[in-house]
Design a protein around this ligand. Structure first.
Ligand code: NAP
Ligand code: SF4
Length: 685
């Protein structure tokens, strides 16, 4: 298949653009081919032996993509360290054959891979949890048992056994997970460690656990084995580690024999987002930079690094020696190869939405990626050259249509994409305007380049009709949705605005606003109106101020307060149901959206009946009383209806029509489903 890349997308000399990113890293006994670490991500495939062939295929794809070093998802060294009952472990020789599938697959493509050893401590979702002290975490239901001194040494032995087994299985090294609030972190800080024996009290005692683990792994596994230590540099919880303690630990871990130190940012119980899309790119690399000056081994920067340009900046400015990218490698396994080829605009960028990766992991589904449904499904969703070339019409250039058109064209079909408006992107053109969702620009850019590369005939400003579509062998209807129009007296009043006009700024919006509907779009509109054009997701300093982060304070949050500033508008958000507003939002993002609206003093009203809209505002009935919300505008975010008017005439003409995305199901328009359906149908034609 010929790839058409515009001059604008091609960098003439990639090495001159990413010289630091693509530079090998010499670790003495071994050499990494570049500075990209694929960070640890639990995919769910680690938990069952039968899924290891899939896990191997997933890693092989990233090794083929020339990632410098891969780290697996977390494996517990024993049952007490389980994340979930019967979750991933490496604790016995009987488990070695399945791991060899993984290491062989990676080595076959000249890659390198480390196994992450993760002991959950009190974060485990099972009754056998252990920790430094018997203090339950605020985010899990089980109170841990406090370990005896002997018990602590048994855990250390388990780490060492796990590392030895990893070495036997062919891993190039291990990463010891010492951050995000897991077992090791629980020993480091007084918040969770109330002991007064050799593992409690003074900091030198509290840090004994990780230092012993690293020292003993080095002794057991020899010099030619990579040991990465993931060190919690900024806990983002009260009574976390002070900066002096972080440095003291870093030096001791280096002396104990670690090869690399990876950065850890924020415990899981931290009450602010650390990787989600509203977090500015590379927001935390300054923390790594400060740390790096105190040790002599290479240090890795993490969190919200998602483009080669950002990664290069972090390395070029001397903030770190390597960059960790976990989710970006789900989104595009060819990230490094594309950067090397000087085609950064061809990269399918991770938009940090968490919708198909972490949200899946936390709801016990296999992880994947919203923008790349093949992730973790490499052996299930395959894209092969078409056996018979067909002419295919795709109607609608939203996420579903874009995925279908580019995938079908990649397979060799002749594809025409019809779009009624003047731009591609569909609902993503709304999302990209929401403060904190700027990353959606990248997905539209990716598809724009992909359409060119795959040679799709794009017909903008063209409303396809049944007559035009008759000539095609197959028709994919991705014609999307239209906002639901409500049947409330006064719905035609000039105060009423639909969400599209609001976000597209086609109407002036006053200072007092009622939003009808508290679903995903209602939350987006509230966010849009609160910030009045200013987004704290673009500048780390704004973000730190907003959430109350001060790098000079213990844990980054001791004695600090969020400072969200004065909201641009007074907002009421309403729904008829009595359930929690935003109940359907993502597991890892819903709480962030609710927190930001709370900080913006948005009033949430549930169990509302709408009566009428007039000059005075929105009249509602709530708590058995009539109430008037004296608002300047009412923005309607009450869901959508599918646009399918072409379906009937096409079916009547006997054409093969495939309906996908919002056109198929408006009740749950969802970019993840849309892109997956588009890719699946195109892969099958
Ligand atoms: P939605 O999530 O289904 O919410 C629609 C809202 O409108 C509900 O609050 C509903 O509440 C209300 N509503 C429905 N029918 C109504 C009627 N006849 N009269 C008055 N109110 C009515 O739809 P959405 O907000 O448009 O979002 C659509 C999809 O986009 C969602 O499924 C979501 O997956 C996706 N999305 C997600 C995000 C995200 O952050 N993850 C952001 C944007 C969009 P009551 O019925 O209780 O009144
Ligand atoms: Fe990134 Fe979203 Fe894909 Fe996760 S699902 S890898 S956050 S784009």
């Amino acid at each position: 298949m010929s790839a058409i890349i515009t001059a604008a997308t091609v960098l003439r000399d990639p090495m001159s653009h990413y010289p630091n990113l693509l530079e090998p890293l010499d670790l003495g006994f071994t050499r990494l081919k570049n500075r990209v670490l694929m960070g640890s991500m639990h995919t769910g495939l680690e938990d069952k032996a039968k899924d290891f062939p899939r896990l191997a295929a997933y890693f092989a794809e990233r090794a083929k993509g020339n990632v410098g070093l891969i780290v697996t998802g977390g494996f517990a060294p024993n049952i007490a360290g389980w994340l979930t009952p019967f979750g991933s472990t490496l604790m016995g020789r009987w488990q070695l054959p399945r791991h060899r599938l993984v290491t062989d697959a990676v080595h076959q493509h000249d890659g390198k891979i480390c196994l992450q050893i993760l002991h959950s401590g009190r974060y485990g979702y099972h009754p056998l949890v252990v920790s430094a002290s018997a203090i339950k975490s605020p985010i899990t239901p089980f109170k841990p048992k406090a370990l005896s001194v002997k018990g602590v040494y048994r855990q250390i032995d388990a780490y060492v056994r796990c590392a030895r087994l990893a070495q036997k299985a062919g891993y190039d090294g291990v990463e010891v997970m010492g951050s995000e609030g897991y077992f090791i972190n629980q020993f480091l800080v007084e918040r969770t460690n109330k002991r007064n024996d050799e593992f409690g009290g003074d900091y030198s005692n509290r840090m004994r656990l990780p230092v012993e683990i690293v020292k003993r792994i080095r002794q057991a596994c020899g010099e030619n084995f990579i040991i990465i230590y993931r060190l919690s540099m900024l806990d983002l919880v009260p009574r976390g580690s002070s900066w002096d303690e972080v440095i003291q630990l870093g030096k001791a871990i280096e002396a104990a024999g670690a090869t690399l130190i990876n950065s850890g940012i924020g415990w899981h119980e931290a009450r602010m987002p650390t990787i989600l899309t509203p977090v500015p790119r590379a927001a935390f690399t300054e923390v790594t930079n400060r740390f790096r000056q105190h040790v002599n081994i290479p240090v890795i920067a993490v969190n919200r690094i998602n483009t080669p340009e950002i990664a290069e900046q972090v390395l070029a400015s001397g903030q770190a020696d390597m960059v960790s990218m976990a989710r970006p490698m789900l989104a595009d396994p060819q990230f490094v190869n594309k950067a090397r080829a000087g085609k950064p605009d061809s990269i399918n960028t991770c938009i940090a939405c968490n919708q198909a990766c972490l949200d899946h992991t936390f709801t016990k589904q296999t992880a994947s990626c919203l923008v790349n449904p093949q992730a973790c499904h490499e052996t299930i969703l395959t894209i092969e050259p078409a056996k018979q070339v067909k002419s295919i019409a795709v109607v609608g250039a939203g996420p579903a249509g874009l995925a279908a058109a580019t995938c079908a064209a990649e397979r060799g079909h002749r594809v025409t994409l019809f779009e009624g408006s003047s731009e591609i992107g569909g609902q993503f053109n709304l999302a990209k305007r929401i403060p904190g969702k700027e990353e959606f620009h990248e997905t539209i850019r990716y598809y724009r380049v992909r359409l060119e590369e795959t040679g799709v005939d794009v017909q903008l400003n063209t409303r396809a009709d049944a007559g035009m579509l008759n000539q095609f062998d197959e028709i994919i209807l991705a014609s999307g949705v239209t906002p639901r129009v409500l049947n409330i007296p006064g719905i035609d009043h000039h105060k009423v605005v639909d969400y599209m006009d609001c976000i597209n700024q086609k109407r002036e919006i006053g200072e007092k606003v009622a939003i009808i509907g508290a679903g995903g779009i209602g939350f987006d509109v509230a966010e849009f109106l609160l910030h009045a054009g200013h987004s704290n997701s673009l500048d780390p300093q704004d973000y730190f101020r907003y959430w109350g982060v001060d790098l000079d304070q213990r844990g980054g949050v001791e004695n600090t307060k969020p400072a969200p500033g004065k909201p641009a508008r007074q907002i009421w958000m309403l729904q008829r149901k009595t359930t929690k507003p935003g109940k359907g939002l993502g597991k890892t993002s819903g709480w962030v959206h609710r927190a930001t609206l709370k900080m913006g003093k948005v009033k949430m009203l549930t169990g509302v009946a709408y009566q009428k809209i007039d000059e005075h505002g929105l009249h509602i009935h709530i708590d058995q009383q009539d109430q008037l919300l004296e608002v300047d505008n009412v923005v309607v975010c009450a869901g959508q209806l599918s646009v399918t008017e072409l379906l009937e005439p096409l079916e009547a003409a006997g054409k093969p029509v495939h309906v996908i995305g919002g056109a198929l199901l408006a009740a749950e328009i969802d970019a993840k489903r849309a892109i997956k359906e588009g890719t699946e149908i195109a892969a099958a034609l």
